[in-house]
Design a protein around this ligand. Structure first.
Ligand SMILES: C[S@@+](CC[C@H](N)C(=O)[O-])C[C@H]1O[C@@H](n2cnc3c(N)ncnc32)[C@H](O)[C@@H]1O
Length: 352
């Protein structure tokens, strides 16, 4: 989806390259309307900061009813567009008319994208047992409705009648919108339910689901909170980044601690970031003479969600989609998030 990764505008001013004074504190002079409220008296991990900026029930990005997930009023009539240029021009018009900063593929290609997923499920599922679908982060409900429509129209009646479709959505406002969207077809409602909760919280899944099931996550994994690790130079070990309030209570700064958080440590291990054990004398001297601080973003939210799903739904078939690369990222650090805002009638346009 365009311009939505870690879609938090609030973070824009937070994660710019800090001035490293000692190995403990930095004092970047940034201020924010909301960000300082996120941090209490104690420092918090970057992922907890981002989690709050994204999902706080009142101020969080995804809690705002409008804008957080763009909804196309009308499907694009692809048969009336003559080629790629016409499509790009049409998209440009759509973005200018809308106050949203991005549309996801399931919206742009509705209903076909969801129909394609439904067809894939129907071709591979064992249809002699009731079909159980979970969708995580269903946004406006466009995918759920498209899949249910398709199964209703194309599968044997018994498959549609015994279908259960459970949406797990963290945002209360989007959960409501999903019910409205799916409820446009009355018969879907008895098969559809929304659980408004954090899918990465293991306790919400209760007992292990022993039956085969499908899990759909479109544009969710790369939106999840990330952590940040930092190293003063090319050879010193990574440290985990925490966010804390300065004494003036109006500014935030980064605090660096030795790696201790288990999730961060697992992520570092999975990504093989700790494999620079044998540092040569030359590189050690070089890194002292020309120190190059390193910052690396870790998809800890993604790892946590996948671990939880693997544990709670061991027989799931997973369908997930996301960006494989982000253009024009200006935040420093490897795998840094893309943060963008929309100014009037202007949008940094990414093409899918
Ligand atoms: C970028 S939107 C994508 C919406 C939709 N899947 C689409 O493609 O249009 C991300 C969605 O994931 C939801 N979400 C993010 N983190 C979540 C979590 N931990 N548990 C459940 N839902 C989550 C957001 O509220 C939002 O609905």
């Amino acid at each position: 989806m365009s311009s939505r990764s870690l879609a938090s505008r609030n973070l824009n001013f937070l994660f710019h390259r800090p001035r490293v004074i000692s190995n403990e504190f930095t004092t970047p002079p940034f201020q924010a309307l909301y960000s300082t409220h996120i941090v209490g008296d104690k420092p918090i991990l970057v992922r907890d900061f981002i989690h709050s900026a994204l999902y706080h029930p009142k101020h969080g990005y995804f809690s705002q009813r409008s804008r957080s997930v763009g909804v196309l009023e009308r499907s694009i009539k692809f048969n009336q567009l003559e080629g790629r240029k016409a499509y790009i021009n049409h998209l440009d018009k759509v973005y200018k008319q809308s106050d949203t900063s991005w549309f996801t593929p399931v919206e742009l290609f509705k209903p076909w994208y969801a129909h394609g997923i439904a067809e894939a499920i129907m071709r591979t599922a064992n249809l002699s047992v009731p079909l159980k679908i979970y969708e995580i982060g269903g946004g406006s409900g466009t995918c759920a409705k498209g899949i249910m429509d398709y199964i209703m129209l194309n599968a044997p009646a018994r498959v549609y009648n015994s279908l259960t479709y459970t949406s797990v959505e963290i945002s209360p406002s989007l959960a409501e919108i999903q019910k409205e969207t799916v409820g446009e077809v009355r018969s879907h409602l008895s098969k559809f339910k929304v659980e408004c909760r954090d899918a990465a919280d293991r306790s919400g899944w209760r007992d292990v689901e022993q039956q085969p099931c499908w899990v759909i996550m479109l544009e969710v994994l790369d939106n999840l909170p990330h952590d940040l690790i930092y190293s003063e130079n090319q050879v010193l070990p990574w440290k985990e980044v925490w966010v804390e309030k300065q004494q003036d209570r109006k500014t935030l700064s980064e605090l660096y601690k030795p790696l201790q958080d288990p999730l961060i440590k697992r992520c570092v291990e999975v990504m093989e970031l700790d494999s620079n054990q044998s540092v040569s004398k030359v590189s050690s001297i070089w890194s002292k003479v020309f120190p190059k601080p390193r910052r690396c973003w870790l998809p800890t939210g993604c790892l946590k969600l996948l671990e939880v799903l693997h544990d709670a739904l061991p027989k799931m078939s997973l369908i997930a989609s996301d960006f494989s690369y982000l253009p024009d990222v200006s935040i420093p650090g490897e795998r840094a998030p893309l943060v963008s805002t929309k100014t009037i009638a202007e949008e940094a346009g990414w093409q899918r």
